[in-house]
Design a protein around this ligand. Structure first.
Ligand SMILES: Nc1ncnc2c1ncn2[C@@H]1O[C@H](COP(=O)(O)OP(=O)(O)OP(=O)(O)O)[C@@H](O)[C@H]1O
Ligand SMILES: [Mg+2]
Length: 266
């Protein structure tokens, strides 16, 4: 099989004396969706952020298309940022209320530089169209939009630089079920259209299964089935009265090839 697009080995993150992610390894092949499921506080967002090096791992390694992400200098990292994007957990917090939609979606172009104003305007309108929004909303502000629409704006921004990989951090948890379903379908369509690779973080195994099965490259003869990785439950301050035994049972389902990860050691 071809080289994985993402290969993370033994990622660990420690804040002070607390280990929030312990020895997580994962691989994601091109066009595949890896589902990441786990309880609140089990380190899912931290794992995603470490893959993009938005959070510096305490130890471990991340290869993106064979490139050592943790050894990348500023320039390399800039190039990598075009290729790896993230849709953040809270669609409300992720959008600055004082910035117009136009400038939010165009932000990645401005950071990367090198495009004319006319080109940026055209690409920004195209991006809104891609996520099912009317480009007429470009002069407006985030507070005028619902959670689902905001999440579409976040997705448009993540797509701007034509990434190959997107970490989707609970993209629909804050949305009503029916609105969430339309966003999931959008993500599925975008994945097929652009051959995207996803890390999909969720609390919902059915959602993970759905997106994993209907991804850009549904499992074929030579490809693994939908996969998920479960982060172990953990409690921050266990006391003798609330003894908590971390369990990291694999989520074995019919078609999921599930991986158990070791419990966090405190
Ligand atoms: N900057 C930080 N400093 C200290 N602790 C942190 C920091 N960021 C995260 N943590 C802690 O790390 C743990 C894992 O956080 P993380 O946000 O990765 O969990 P999560 O699985 O994404 O949770 P949720 O499902 O609620 O989003 C939590 O206990 C959190 O409080
Ligand atoms: Mg999180």
């Amino acid at each position: 099989m071809a080289q994985p697009l993402i290969e993370a080995r033994n990622l660990t993150k420690t804040y002070g004396s607390t280990t929030v992610v312990h020895n997580i390894s994962l691989t994601i092949h091109r066009g595949e969706t890896l589902g990441l499921v786990g309880e609140s506080g089990s380190g899912k967002s931290t794992i995603a952020r470490m893959l993009l090096r938005l959070v510096e791992p305490t130890s471990g390694s991340v290869l993106f298309d064979g490139i050592d992400v943790l050894a990348a200098n500023k320039r390399d990292l800039r190039a990598l940022r075009r290729r790896m994007q993230m849709v953040f957990q809270d669609p409300f917090a992720a959008l600055n209320p004082r910035v117009r939609i136009r400038d939010i979606v165009a932000e990645p172009f401005k950071i990367q530089g090198g495009l004319s104003h006319a080109h940026i305007r055209q690409r920004t309108a195209e991006l809104l169209h891609e996520v099912g929004l009317d480009p007429g909303i470009l002069p407006r502000y985030p507070h005028e939009f619902s959670g689902g629409q905001r999440q579409r704006i976040n997705i448009a921004r993540a797509l701007a630089l034509k990434p190959e990989f997107i970490a989707l951090d609970e993209p629909v948890s804050a949305l009503d079920v029916s609105v969430g379903a339309t966003v999931i379908n959008l993500l599925r369509d975008l994945q097929r259209r652009h051959d995207l690779t996803y890390l999909f973080i969720s609390h919902s195994m059915p959602l993970v299964r759905y997106l994993c099965r209907h991804g850009a490259r549904p499992p074929g003869r030579n490809r693994p089935g939908p996969r998920s990785l479960r982060t172990p439950p953990r409690t921050l301050h266990p006391t003798p009265h609330s003894r908590h035994t971390p369990t990291a049972k694999p989520l074995a389902t019919r078609s999921d090839q599930a991986y158990a990860v070791p419990p966090v050691r405190r």
